[in-house]
Design a protein around this ligand. Structure first.
Ligand code: AMP
Ligand code: MG
Length: 336
């Protein structure tokens, strides 16, 4: 009988279960996200949330796909990077299922999973990846069997910055989508916008990025009387331009002609448009996966688990501990 690979994502705010079938074809995930009413994500509280909703989500996923647990032939989970307590919940569930069903266990790199689901969905082969999520902001390219980080944030992830800025204005997590709406509203009312009075510091540091100074400066603009909509627009323009600039330089250095977006902030339509414009100017192509595969999802973990298993790798129990600080370039790429 054809068996499926189950993927478990639990690096931060979201617990998600997803599947790929025996040919590695992805199926939509069942997910639930903690949304704190006040403050940021507390790792322990998020982990408690994940424990509470796990069995309901897994049951829902199986019903949705008319499967039972005996159809699962392998289980993969995010081994890192992420928040320790959250990662440990996903790993414990994966070990339990693997041992109960006597199926292979595969611990995978969350960042690499974002890349592989994107490649799968967009049909690109060797892209520069602009990975923009809550906790991570990296520009990545494959070289000699690894995904190498060519540039990254020196302080906070771009998504965390957007969420934090939103929170100072009483907008609950996730703030990114709300900032996008406010910026679009301002643009509608100001079809010929200028940066006059709305300038912010530029986030590029060589091939790296930095966002906390931009956030503080955006708050100052609000204090000086600028409208929230205008500041949201300016903030997006500045930080997205910085990301696109580093991505463009990565394409120039590596000679690659594909750009692939990944991570939750890649849901943003303005960022997608800016990437398309840059790529078109370079006679290249910009790809963005469907939004359900940009945000953290179990399906991407299942997809990478499938690829790793197919190339002969499994995770033994003594090596199944999570690694909060796992780097993108620590994972050998053996399936390409
Ligand atoms: P991830 O960590 O990859 O799950 O992505 C979550 C992050 O994506 C959060 O910081 C969100 O605020 C951000 N995000 C989601 N949708 C959008 C959007 N449309 N525009 C900007 N940021 C977004
Ligand atoms: Mg992510």
């Amino acid at each position: 009988m054809d068996k499926w690979t189950l993927g478990i994502e639990s690096t931060a705010h979201t617990l998600s279960f997803g599947l790929v079938d025996s040919k590695g074809i992805p199926y939509p995930s069942c997910s639930d996200t903690v949304s704190p009413t006040e403050g940021g994500i507390h790792p322990r509280e998020a982990a408690d949330h994940h424990k509470e909703v796990a069995s309901i989500l897994l049951g829902k996923l199986l019903v949705q796909n008319e499967l039972s647990m005996t159809d699962i032939g392998a289980v993969s989970y995010s081994q890192g990077p992420g928040l320790g307590p959250c990662l440990r919940v996903g790993a414990a569930i994966a070990r339990g299922i693997s041992s109960r069903l006597e199926v292979p266990l595969i611990g995978v790199n969350h960042c690499v999973a974002h890349i592989e689901i994107g490649r799968d969905q967009c049909g690109c082969t060797d892209p520069v990846l602009l990975y923009v999520s809550g906790g991570n902001t990296q520009v990545i390219a494959r070289l000699e069997g690894r995904y190498r980080v060519l540039g990254e944030t020196l302080d906070i992830g771009i998504g965390n910055m957007l969420d934090k800025f939103a929170r100072t204005q009483g907008i609950p997590f996730p703030g990114g989508p709300v900032i996008e709406k406010l910026a679009a509203k301002w643009l509608e009312e100001n079809p010929n916008p200028t940066m006059d009075g709305l300038e912010l510091p530029y986030a590029v540091r060589g091939m790296d990025l930095a966002f906390s100074g931009v956030m503080t400066a955006a708050q100052r603009l609000l204090e000086s009387g600028k409208s929230l909509e205008a500041v949201c627009w300016s903030l997006q323009e500045h930080v997205f331009a910085a990301c696109v600039e580093v991505a463009e330089r990565a394409m120039a250095h590596t000679g690659k002609t594909e750009l692939l977006l990944g991570g939750g902030v890649a849901c943003n339509s303005r960022l997608r448009t800016m990437c398309e414009l840059m790529a078109a100017e370079r006679e290249s192509t910009s790809f963005a996966p469907p939004r359900m595969y940009c945000i953290d999802n179990g399906t991407m973990i299942a997809k990478l688990g499938f690829l790793e298993l197919d190339s002969g790798r499994i995770t033994t129990y003594p090596h199944s501990a999570v690694d909060q600080y796992l780097r993108t370039d620590q994972t050998p790429i053996t399936w390409v």
